[in-house]
Design a protein around this ligand. Sequence first.
Ligand SMILES: CC(C)[C@H](C(=O)O)[C@@H](O)C(=O)O
Ligand code: SF4
Length: 764
Amino acid sequence: MPVATSAPRTLYDKVFDDHLVYSGEGDTLIYIDRHLVHEVTSPQAFEGLRNAKRPVRRPDCTLATVDHNIPTSSRKSFKNIDTFIAEPDSRAQVGALEHNVKEFGLTYFGMGDRRQGIVHIIGPEQGFTLPGTTVVCGDSHTSTHGAFGALAFGIGTSEVEHVLATQTLPQKKSKNMRINVEGELPQGCNSKDIVLHIIGLIGTAGGNGAVIEFSGSTIRALSMEARMSICNMSIEGGARAGMIAPDEITFKYLEGRPLAPRKDNGEWDRAVEYWKTLSSDPGAHYDVEVEIRAEDIAPTITWGTSPQDTVAITGVVPNPADAKDPIRKAGMERALEYMGLQAGEVMEKVKIDKAFLGSCTNGRIEDLRSAAQVIASRGKDAKVAEGIYAMVVPGSGLVKQQAEAEGIDVIFKKAGFDWREAGCSMCLGMNPDQLSPQERCASTSNRNFEGRQGAGGRTHLMSPAMVAAAALTGYLTDVRKVLGDDVAEHPDIKITQASEYFDVAKAAPNPIAQDTLNGDNNSALPEEVEPASAGLPKFTVLKGIAIPLSIPNVDTDMIIPKQFLKTLERTGLGKAAFFERRFNAKTGEENPDFVFNREPFRNGKILVNTGANFGCGSSREHAPWALNDFGIRCVLAPSFADIFYNNCFKNGMLPLVLPQDQLETLHADALTGQELEIDLENKVINRPNGQGSIPFNVDDFRRHCLINGLDDIGLTLQHRAEIEKFESRRSATWPWLDGLGYAKQGGKVPTGPVSPPKKQKMDW
Ligand SMILES: CC(C)[C@H](C(=O)O)[C@@H](O)C(=O)O
Ligand code: SF4
């Protein structure tokens, strides 16, 4: 259903336009084709549905799995989660999802299913992720799926509930940004080096408010898996999403995947014809353009506690004294102290304790192959360096199975790597895989925030090949030195194509897809038009103590660390807000220097931060929940990360963007301990003692919703007719997106121990 317009459009414009359900005064609704669900960000969303007696609108477009909380120890004796998951909160969260998928009739890849894995690995692997679709998940790295030319972005838990209930989301159009990478990559570099290099250049706020399209000859030459690693980390560059135009490499990757359009009914050809239209038109407008030469990229790692703290492996730790901005200088000093590094230290002389190969960035088969190749290049006796613990965590059960079929596991095991089961694992350590304080890790994951892999743990981000090199030498290492000139594929590794391995070309038509092709799950929806429900506390005038802060890039791991994400509630998280800064890790006592612990700020209702990019990183809605529970209803900052910004509004909170000079003024006011007044009706901030007012801007529609306490789901369901109309058009234009087989499989997925790997076609 192309939109009639002659202006050249970007890939993002096209996918956005193709999903418009409704566009009214201030609220634009887009349709969501694919919804991935995991255990951390969904319990409160299902609870919301249950309370409102709402069904899941499109179970056939929804796929659930468990990934964050699950242990990665051997599942040979796995019977059920109750006996397998020792940690009670993790068990409860996984248990809640198992209960919810049954109650709402969703397809679920549980721990007994070989298809279980990290959400962002299993979507593409199954062909659930398709070009030109909109893909969401309560997880910031949903950006991964943009590698297929999908518009894919992370959402908070309230939005998860919104999508479950309505299959739509209110969306503002983002800016268009293009990052063009041209030329041939130098030896020893791969897509992780490209994306770390990019984030080092643009910074973690560089993509704020934008969807990044990655283009150029370097990107076009990459495999799908390498493209996924790049789009995965667009969120680390602050972007709403990352996208790459689909091409023959994309089509080849998808062909024959279990949930890709089928050939026998002609849908594959129709789909490819449509997918071929999904590239930016010549002359399309980009608000921001960045040009990068591949030859400038070196094997890259991080030295600090933000993904933008990058340096070439051949480099040295930077000196905070060289930073012009005082906030940046203070941030660098803190990062160096946390990381236990000195300015000027040679990166290659830094010793590690652990090596982690896995995560949604680099837990795919090609990542494992690339690390195994480094090990194999050192000969059959290559071993992990003395005293180093190295682990490999495949991104899904199928990646593990394929690696075992290729013999890669043997290379790892012989070298002394621990070969684990699929999950998020030490990327974030919600399960038992964690760093101890001060332990240093060479990691293929995507975030190096303080405490990310374990309280006090020190993370250096890098490519799988570089992690393998570090594991072998015990130091951060330039992989080129380990490989020498021998970077060709190693004879010990027999590489099979995914399609060959899955044997999908020969597989019978997918029985799941046939089973539910006409799956219409809308019958349970109430007939009458819903009134706009006023479910949130109204925000009109807020008067209160303002808490002064000056921290740039406040990430949501800092606002609330992982151990508090295991809750099934939205409330009670006030104590967790800024936990690691507020409390002494050893004694548990309050840190008297931190502003949240000082009078009168303990009772603050407003947060004034002069540092930019507040709320970056993860999509956890637990961040605004924690601030809200602490008592904070309004956050003022120079800029916000998109997901956090949206999450605030969903909870009746007001995030306000103000210019730096006004923030400095309000910060100074806050330091005096006097009250500020946020008058949303009149769009002004009244300073203490009649010192005047500062006007602000906020989107009219959002303001209207806050003032009236309007709940988005109720508002959206007023557009039921438009949603239904869109769905009929979607069925006619893109029939392969309907009834893709999940609706009726909810209760039937295999449970029990994971089957031993077999070189045979899969069971779908
Ligand atoms: C748990 C989830 C909300 C979070 C995210 O959104 O990124 C997690 O996956 C992470 O990597 O921190
Ligand atoms: S970033 Fe880490 S924790 Fe988050 S989804 Fe990816 S693997 Fe899981």
